[in-house]
Design a protein around this ligand. Structure first.
Ligand SMILES: [Zn+2]
Length: 200
């Protein structure tokens, strides 16, 4: 198969690293970028990628995005630092924050256990959660992984890890649709899920 010039091949390869983007789509994106995108947009696009890498990082305490040191939630002293809400992704954290009802801190797992995708417990950000509980800083852990098979498996696993500590563990109510993704739920559904959370 005839290959494109290496500059274009490199771009195709970069696009194909995005989730859900195969070779054909990556090829389309790369050719679009080359033939249709104004130079100014290309500069903005590449600057945005570089600046994201340079200017933001992961909060060492919870896994949220931060511009320096602890994130704005972890460093907010008006929040309840003994209540911790465990979510799958930064996207879920932002969704819950947008409702504006939760006033504790978070822990972002950055994924869920998935046997089919070969994602195990070691691939998730769990150790620092257990560490916090072990240090006796936490009184309640709310498990807010999604109501999917992977989300349930992960919640069960964390529940077991927390068994030996004397803390309250709750799970968001299943007003959330089964198979549902927190980040697609409306505000009312999330509020109800909080109110109806039960011991787990
Ligand atoms: Zn944080």
């Amino acid at each position: 198969m005839k290959k494109y010039p290496s500059a274009l091949e490199n771009l195709i390869e970069s696009f194909s690293k995005l989730p859900g983007v195969g070779r054909k789509t990556a090829e389309r994106y790369a050719l679009y970028t080359f033939t249709k995108m104004p130079e100014e947009d290309i500069t903005d696009f590449s600057n945005a990628l570089i600046s994201m890498h340079k200017d933001i990082s992961v909060c060492p305490c919870c896994g949220n995005i931060t511009e320096s040191g602890l994130c704005s939630i972890c460093s907010d002293e008006t929040r309840k630092h003994d209540q911790i809400l465990v979510v799958e992704s930064i996207k879920d954290l932002y969704k819950i924050e947008s409702v504006g009802e939760y006033n504790g801190i978070y822990h972002v797992l950055n994924g869920v256990i998935s046997f089919s995708k070969g994602i195990g417990i070691d691939d998730l950000n769990i150790d620092s959660l257990i560490e916090k509980v072990k240090n006796g800083e936490i009184s309640e852990v709310i498990l807010a992984t999604n109501a999917t098979l992977e989300g349930e498996t992960t919640a069960r696993y964390i529940r077991e890890l927390l068994n030996e500590y004397n803390i309250k563990v709750t799970r968001l109510a299943h007003g959330l649709p089964v198979g549902g993704d927190l980040s697609y739920s409306d505000e009312m559904t999330i509020l109800k899920a909080f109110e109806g959370r039960t011991e787990y």
